[in-house]
Write a protein that binds this ligand. Sequence first.
Ligand SMILES: [Zn+2]
Length: 241
Amino acid sequence: MVARSRAAGVSRWITVGTSLEDSRKAIELAGQYDGMYATVGIHPHEAKSADTSALEELKRLGRSDKVVAIGETGLDFHYNFSKQPDQKRVFEAHLQIAGELNLPVIVHSRNAFAETMEILDHSGRGPRGVVFHCFSGSAEEARLVLERGYYVSFTGVVTFKNAEKTRDSARVVPLDRLMVETDCPYMSPEPVRSQKPNEPALMVHTARLLAQVKGVELEDLARATTRNAMTFFNLPGVGSV
Ligand SMILES: [Zn+2]
């Protein structure tokens, strides 16, 4: 997968934790590859399992080499796999940990935009930066995210035929606040939507569509999103892009 990714021109990766076990695997994997970094987080789906000791362990993992962000964290009121008060408590705890470790957060927000923003607005010192990942909100919601200095990241969803709302959102995000991601194993982009699992090599299709939406060349889109990711995650070599 890494070789296919490099061949497609995607040569650095952030592999994202969604549970403690998954976060440990992300750290281990990142340790094996140059240009690969990890995040640690307990997804809102798993919030019910995030007791005090789990959150302490998360913070300990957050200090590991190559950990560049806290997340995924946030609120998912679409599936409600964990009770909403649990999701809110665990999201707040992640923001606290990110603040203490001076790391940015990757936010997952689904059917919970107002509640997500309210928690972020009251997160005190809070994280070093915020990115809304797999953004599926409206253009108006994107504006509220941008007003706060946050970043907006798009997946293969933006390439789907019925995703005109998501493309409208992408139109209002300036190039210096835009990121592109896989959300793999999910969300394979058109025209390879049926290829499962999704993987980093396929992200080029998402980038190409976003370049069209923004009216720029693919190379310009790639340079901007690479620079944004390197700045946001404070990757080595930032400033050289
Ligand atoms: Zn997510």
